[in-house]
Design a protein around this ligand. Sequence first.
Ligand code: GLU
Length: 509
Amino acid sequence: MEKKDKKNVRVRFAPSPTGLFHVGSARTALFNYLYAKKNKGKVILRIEDTDRERSVKEYEEDIMRSIEWLGLGWDEGPFRQSEREEIYKKYVMDLLESKKAYYCFCNKERLEEMRNEQREKKEPPRYDGKCFSLTKEKREEKINKGEQFTIRLKISEEDVVEFDDLIRGPVKFNARDIGGDFVIAKGDFSVLYNFACVIDDYEMQITHVIRGEDHISNTPKQILIQKALDFPSSEFAHIALTLGTDKSKLSKRHGAVSISEYREKGYLPEALVNFIALLGWHPGGENEIYGLGELIEKFSLSDCQKSGAVFDIKKLDYMNGCYIRKMSTEDLAVRCIPYLADAGFIKVGFKENRYPPAYGGVRPEANYYTTDEGEIHFPKIVQIVSLYQERIKFLSEVKDLLDYFFKDELEFEKELLFWKDAGEGETEKNIDKCIEIVSSIEKWEKVAIEEVFLHEANKEKDRGRLLWPLRVALTGKKASAGPFDVAWVLGPEKTLKRLKMAKNRLKTE
Ligand code: GLU
């Protein structure tokens, strides 16, 4: 059970910038965020870059950009461990002073030998504490000689470390099993992850440590460090890992990619947040679609599952589709614009007095758009996008689907215009019929266009004879939005032009 007292909740999200920001990290960030916001607490962003060789600035930027894009944000930070070394050193010195930590001069060879012996005796591998008993003189002599050392925390092997995990319940570790006195700092006093983590959690007054289950083996070490320093213990919650649909370790093969890749593909941040929140947590009931506000309201660590959560990309696609259908077409068009621009269909220009950057510069009324044929007004883009709102799963699909609206000339084989066994002659006749129909329509409205065309097409045994060449002439494709809708969006002039172009194409070789 979660404890009742949740005053001044402070959580931290502590990624290591050693790779692109992935679903697993995003979930940890989200659960921390939800828990903090639910309890009116604060989220602290801490970049754990103590591993200098593997930490990369671009990854740090990717982490922050992705968190912001997901709409989560943080209240304090970013703090970087690489900028806090003096703080850690002070605590290491305190521990050395109070003899709770000591210098260890054992070299690799000795440690290796010791481990081999333990293995032979079928004992668990652990440091035997040899250097703890070094005299002050001996220690100073070794330091003066320039011998390499590490700093180890003195632990009592009889100790039992227990904590009440907010997700998993009571957890118990025997200190004996964690490998004896463990290293907290290297010879240059640069500290290792577990130590930096404990100091930061204390200094940043973190009340709840919510992180992936892969860190559970670090927790006893961290509790022992907290004890040695007389720090209060934090609450811990370890979130079960995420697995692929085949229950194996989650990877690209399961469609799990970095958050920036999802963004590029055109998943909506709100859909992704919804999907990620349900990886290992569910508020109960049938509903699967939750906005961020609802997630905050309903979130609870005790509802998180203990066993691995299954990542199913099909579910993400489904959810993204739900969000796409739910939003206004104007909003969808705004979100599709970067993709249309990226595909080269439109260019985005900014008007003089556009909205301030806080609006992201994409307020439709603030921009103007051009195609190869000149300016295209925002409402026209809305019309185009509206034809696909029911069918796309993610936004980048518009790059392949909408091309024909932005081209002057379509490329296709003339045979594509033939419906079943219809040859050139019959197809030409039907295209002429289409031209006649289009010219006869007085009010260019969706319903009117459909009505007139269907009326004519229904006179045929097979409606495709008229409607197939219409579709191909207007789109150059076998599959597209409905031909009446396409005609409606193209407008009467362009529709006529395309029909005439198709007719001319029949005359080519
Ligand atoms: N830096 C660790 C990671 O990225 C997280 C450590 C923690 O949350 O305590 O996996």
